[in-house]
Design a protein around this ligand. Structure first.
Ligand code: NAD
Length: 357
C-alpha cells in the first residue's frame, strides 16, 4: 500500500493539513497540490466517508484535479481542496465552518476555499468570519453567488464541442442525454439542454428532483442504478466521482461522456478504455471549469463581473476542441492529453521563474 508521503511525492502535492476542532466537531483535511501558478483554490466538500483513508484519497485527487482545471482554464491559481468529514445535512454549520475558517486562515492564503458538494455560499460566509480567504460569496458581499449555474453553462458549451467532434454538428435537438444527479449543476444543465431541444433521461437519489424534471423538462426518470446503462448520445455525470470504471464501462451505451462531476474516471486507465471503445470523453476538469472561473473572478480587477466570467467560461468550447484535435493527432486519450496541456503550462511558468531568478 502506498504511504501518504509516497502518494504526495508521486502526484506532486505540496501540503496536507489535518484539522480537528473538538468543540466544533470538526474533522477536516486541506490538500494543496501545486501553487506554481498562484495560491491554491478549490471547494470544500462535506460528506461521510467509509474511512479516514478514503477522505484523504478524495482530498488528494480533488486537489490535483483543481490544479489541472485552473491551468487549462488559463487561471493564475493552483489546486487545493478541503474535505470536511461528516453529514452535510447538519444544521450546526456556524461552529463547524468557523472552525474550518480558522484552519484556512492559518494557511495565510495558500488555500482559498469555495463551495462544493455538501456546502453552500452560506458556509463560505462562516469561513469568512474567521478568515480573509474564501470566494463564491453571496452577491450581497460582492460575490458571484452560487457558481453552479456557471459550471452548468460551461458544461453545456463543452458538450457542443463534443457533439461537433462526434457528429460534425452541435445540434442538441433530437439528441438524448442521460443526466446522473440533478443537484445544483445537474438541474441547471438539464434546463439548458431542454431549452436547446434535447430529450432528457434523469436519475437522482432525491426523487423530488427527478419529479420536478419530469414535470418541468419532460424528462424520463430512471433509477440511480440504471442511469449509466441508458442508450443515449451523451451521458452527463453530475453527482459523485469514480463512476466510470472497469465495472461500469462494459455496460455503457452512450457515445459521449461529459458532465459536471469531478473525478469521473476511477483511474486514468479507464479513460484509455473509453477511447479504445470509441466513446468520446470530455475530461471533467476541462468541461466543468465554469464554477472555478466564476469564483476566481471575484479576485479579478474590480471584483466580480458576471459577463467577464461568462466569456471566460465559454472558452471551454475552444479548449475542448483543441484537446480533441490534439488527442486525435497524437493518438492519446483525451484526459491524458488535457493533463499534458495543463502540465506544460505549469512547467513553462516554473522554467520562466528559474530563468528570472
Ligand atoms: P449537489 O450536491 O447539488 O448535487 C448532487 C446531486 O447528485 C444531488 O441531487 C444528489 O441527490 C445526487 N446524487 C448523489 N448520488 C447519486 C447517485 N448515485 N445517483 C444519482 N444522483 C445522485 O452537487 P453539485 O454542486 O451539483 O455538484 C455535482 C458534481 O459536480 C460534484 O461532483 C461536484 O464536485 C462537481 N462540480 C460542481 C461544481 C459547482 O459549481 N457546484 C463545479 C465543478 C464541479
Amino acid at each position: 500500500m502506498t504511504s501518504l508521503f509516497d502518494s504526495m511525492f508521486i502526484e506532486g502535492h505540496e501540503q496536507v493539513v489535518f484539522s480537528i476542532d473538538r468543540a466544533a466537531g470538526l474533522k477536516a483535511i486541506i490538500a494543496i497540490h501545486d501553487t506554481t501558478l498562484g495560491p491554491s483554490l478549490g471547494g470544500i466538500r462535506m460528506r461521510v466517508y467509509p474511512s479516514d483513508a478514503a477522505a484523504v484519497t478524495d482530498a488528494l485527487r480533488l486537489a490535483q484535479a483543481m490544479t489541472f482545471k485552473a491551468a487549462l482554464a488559463g487561471l493564475d491559481y493552483g489546486g487545493g481542496k478541503a474535505v470536511v468529514i461528516g453529514d452535510h445535512t447538519t444544521t450546526q454549520r456556524e461552529v463547524l465552518f468557523r472552525a474550518l475558517g480558522r484552519a484556512v486562515e492559518s494557511l495565510a492564503g495558500r488555500y482559498i476555499p469555495t463551495e462544493d458538494m455538501g456546502t453552500t455560499t452560506a458556509d463560505i460566509e462562516y469561513v469568512r468570519k474567521e478568515s480573509r480567504f474564501g470566494v463564491g460569496r453571496d452577491a450581497a458581499f460582492g460575490g458571484g453567488d452560487d457558481p453552479s449555474p456557471m459550471t452548468a453553462w460551461g458544461v453545456f458549451c463543452g458538450l457542443r464541442a463534443c457533439l461537433e467532434e462526434v457528429d460534425g454538428t452541435a445540434e442538441f435537438r433530437g439528441r438524448t442525454i442521460a443526466i446522473q444527479g440533478l443537484g445544483k449543476v445537474g438541474y441547471a444543465l438539464a434546463r439548458y439542454l431542454h431549452e436547446a431541444g434535447a430529450q432528457l433521461i434523469v436519475a437522482d437519489v432525491d426523487t423530488t428532483r427527478t419529479q420536478k424534471a419530469a414535470t418541468e423538462l419532460q424528462a424520463r426518470i430512471v433509477t440511480p442504478e440504471d442511469i449509466l446503462t441508458q442508450q443515449c448520445d451523451i451521458l452527463a455525470p453530475c453527482a459523485a466521482g469514480g463512476i466510470i470504471n472497469q465495472n461500469t464501462i462494459p455496460h455503457l451505451r452512450c457515445r459521449i461522456i461529459g458532465g459536471g462531476a469531478n473525478n469521473q474516471l476511477l483511474v486514468d486507465e479507464d479513460g484509455d478504455t473509453l477511447q479504445a471503445q470509441g466513446i468520446l470523453y470530455a475530461p471533467d476538469f476541462a468541461i466543468n471549469a465554469g464554477g472555478l472561473i466564476n469564483v476566481a473572478d471575484e479576485l479579478g480587477p474590480g471584483g466580480y463581473r458576471r459577463e467577464r466570467a461568462k466569456a471566460k467560461t465559454e472558452n471551454i468550447y475552444p479548449t475542448l476542441k483543441t484537446i480533441f484535435a490534439e488527442s486525435k493527432r497524437c493518438g492519446v486519450a483525451s484526459h491524458r492529453l488535457a493533463i499534458t496541456l495543463a502540465q506544460e503550462r505549469i512547467q513553462a511558468v516554473r522554467n520562466l521563474r528559474r530563468l528570472n531568478s
